[in-house]
Design a protein. Sequence first.
Length: 83
Amino acid sequence: MTGPGFNRTKAATLFEAQSINAQFLSIAPDTASDRRYMLFETDGFVAEDDARLATILDAADDILQLKAIGGYARPINCEGKDC
């Protein structure tokens, strides 16, 4: 959850500084406040207790909450390879 001043560019900079390859997926306003929810997909697994998330949270005053909400297996790409 972020404050109104936070944007995708700031997020990309913070993720990149922690060597997390993150793709922006979606944004949704919190109808009860001026806060927003932003959804990102990361390349590779990032656990809830990953120290890099704590570093990102500490680095930006306008990030109010940062959560890892799930994961899924990446499909095997056999194109041009022997699988």
